[in-house]
Ligand binder design. Structure first.
Ligand code: ADP
Length: 394
């Protein structure tokens, strides 16, 4: 019997949702509340091709959840709240506990709360979303779908840091990896289209506000660029990605910053924004570069070079490469960044076709390329909805 399932993706000041009819995977409503906590929060949602936009103050996540549920009821697509049988929540950090999605009970909620130490920006808001839905949809079962689960297949040599082993053991300091739903989704799409054998040595580049790369061997994550937290790896909109760890105490001493200010500097003032001084949005940085801004050019060169470094490194984890995927805001839309990344990868057999690339086609490699190069729009919410069905046995 078709069932209505909600997929929820709560960020620090946003709440994304999709209402699905499962197992058909039909999207009934999709929407986003942005700028939660501001006077002018923006609530947009779409039913069929009709778009709605409401600007009003949404003071916090519980208020946002209330708004979403009233919109669903007003739309007539949900006549009674109890029609929604399951709610899936994207949860940032599952630590070493959760290698798969899980139905949320008191113990799971407690663990998610404890794991806030490892993901202070995300786990608390994820939990707030969970608690709000528990109150407002008491008949629905809730499922946590962790960003980290897909990477639980990484071998110890890829997830262990060379710190005194005591810290790994006592504090759980290791690489966890994030964006799991996205890497899993684009891999699944590539496999569905081109088969298992042709996608068994695959690199997925998720390039959005947050950026990460994942090496996927025979369908399993074997390495990924984000680490203990989502700060590691690639240059991002405002996050630094990898830096020499000694830089941190050095800046602390030179600029008289405490660890909280350093954390903020690395998370919010670095990356494309910090380097270019222009913006965290790559479209603005590209424009600035076009009009001769040298720092914008440097920011983009560093951004691209870092992606290339990881791709090169991950071919070692994979023992080769047969598929390279670009996804998320930049990966899906920026032909010029894809071109720059692929430009120096001909040694790996990567050659792209300019026309296909400019047209954002699914396959953008040229006919001589030894590697299939794909542009696949990500869909984290469908992974969440599928897991709700799986975990609840619907
Ligand atoms: P998030 O990681 O928050 O889900 P997205 O995947 O939506 O974010 O990516 C957002 C980023 O994608 C923007 O900051 C912008 O840099 C980039 N982006 C979005 N649309 C385009 C476009 N048409 N061309 C180039 N870059 C784009």
């Amino acid at each position: 019997m078709p069932q209505k399932i909600l997929a929820i993706n709560a960020g620090s000041s946003s709440l994304k949702f999709k209402l699905y009819l499962m197992p058909k995977e039909q999207v009934l409503v999709s929407g986003l509340i942005d700028r939660i906590g501001h006077q002018d929060s923006v609530f947009t949602y779409k039913i069929d091709d009709k778009k709605y936009k409401i600007i009003q103050k949404v003071k916090d996540h519980p208020a946002g959840v209330k708004l979403v549920i009233s919109a669903l009821l007003n739309s007539g697509l949900v006549k009674n709240k109890s029609e929604i049988v399951g709610v899936g929540h994207r949860v940032s950090h599952g630590g070493s506990y959760y290698t798969q999605s899980v139905e949320i009970n008191q113990d799971v909620a407690k663990r998610i709360s404890e794991l806030s130490v490892l993901s202070p920006l995300h786990n608390p808001v994820n939990l707030l979303g969970i608690e709000s839905f528990q109150k407002l949809l008491p008949d629905a079962k809730e499922v946590a779908v962790f960003d980290t689960s897909f990477h639980s297949t990484m071998p110890p040599k890829a997830y262990t840091y060379a710190l005194p082993y005591k810290y790994t053991k006592d504090y759980g300091i290791r690489r966890y990896g994030f964006h799991g739903q996205s890497h899993q989704y684009v891999y699944g799409e590539a496999k569905r289209r081109f088969g298992k054998n042709d996608t068994n040595k695959l690199i997925s580049c998720h390039l959005g506000n947050g950026c990460s790369i994942c090496a996927i061997k025979n369908g399993k994550s074997v390495n990924t660029s984000m680490g203990f937290t989502p700060l590691a790896g690639l240059v991002m909109g405002t996050r630094s990605g990898d830096i020499d760890p000694e830089i941190i105490p050095f800046i602390e001493e030179k600029a008289h910053l405490n660890s909280e200010s350093i954390r903020s500097l690395l998370n919010h003032d670095s990356g494309l924004l910090g380097l270019s001084g222009v913006s965290n949005d790559i479209r603005d940085v590209l424009k600035a570069e076009n009009s001769g801004n040298e720092r914008a050019k440097l920011a983009l060169d560093v951004f691209v070079h870092q992606i290339q470094e990881y791709i090169g490194a991950y071919t070692t984890d994979l023992g080769g490469l047969n598929t390279l995927i670009f996804t998320a805001g930049i990966g899906e839309h920026s032909a010029s960044i894809r071109k720059r990344v692929c430009h120096d990868l001909s040694y790996l057999g990567v050659e792209i076709d300019e026309t296909r690339n400019e047209a954002n086609r699914i396959e953008i490699q040229d006919n001589n390329s030894r590697v299939r190069v794909l542009v696949i729009p990500t869909d984290e919410e469908i992974i969440i909805a599928r897991d709700v069905v799986k975990v609840l046995g619907l």
